[in-house]
Design a protein around this ligand. Sequence first.
Ligand SMILES: O=C(O)c1[nH]c(=O)[nH]c(=O)c1I
Length: 310
Amino acid sequence: MLKTTFLGIELENCLMNASGVHCMSVQELNELAGSAAGAFVTKTATRDYRAGNPEPRYYDTKLGSINSMGLPNNGFDYYLDYVLERQKQGAKLQFLSVTGMSYEENIGLLKKIQESDYEGVTEFNLSCPNVPGKPQIAYDFDLTEKLLAEVFSFFTKPLGVKLPPYFDIAHFDAMAEILNKFPLTYVNSVNSIGNGLCIDLDKEEVVIKPKGGFGGIGGEYIKPTALANVRAFRQRLNKDIKIIGTGGVTNGRDVFEHILCGADLVQVGTILHQEGVGVFERLSAELEEVMRGKGYSSIEDFKGKLKTLD
Ligand SMILES: O=C(O)c1[nH]c(=O)[nH]c(=O)c1I
């Protein structure tokens, strides 16, 4: 009932982790690969190993989470080796997330992927909010267009972009106009809502150390924003650009809502961090229950069919 296809590859379901959650190490990645998740994506990799920001840098709250990890990762080669090894063992669909610490590093990383034997999907993260001094690429429209134009002058493998949330219709319009110029496989909306602030009232202090306590917000807080971004891009993007919906999912009904807005796949971050990989069984069962209650037998029956009050 939940079976779906992505790039012509059949998946058990449309669920997967959000990059950054439960995907830093080979062990975590193997746990994802062995879970009920339909697919998985690796932690965003930079060229070199990064320790990331000082701890505490992640904190769970009643309605979600705040993080300022600072792009900690084992370096690009660690993740490329992992997906190449699994590809040799027959893995059909894999997502490798990357971002560079500079324009040149971005180009260099994608050139390495293009020249490698990797046949899977690349998720180009344009929206990390937590590297001090590094503004999010996808909030700079000209830079985004320049970068994608150069990337697609040589990159011929499947590529998706991970976007930050936008909050203005004019920004949806401007970003969609840029994205529609390129042969993207998908757009993943949204990354955490950047630079929020959570407070421990008893101590009268912030809850994470980096950036004076400022960090990306995830969880229930961001579902309305995530749904709006999925819907806005689905309405604006060429139909051959798929949409991955990320943000605010805690149960099967939330997954249903993302699909109703047009998501082809749905990623979970905060709830996966809080519940572990068993969350994929729970979300699958809950999504099936919602679908059965509505008489749907496939996600294609309702994907993108959110009605307006006309
Ligand atoms: O701080 C991080 O590592 C991080 N944290 C996020 O919330 N989103 C991102 O894309 C990244 I690269």
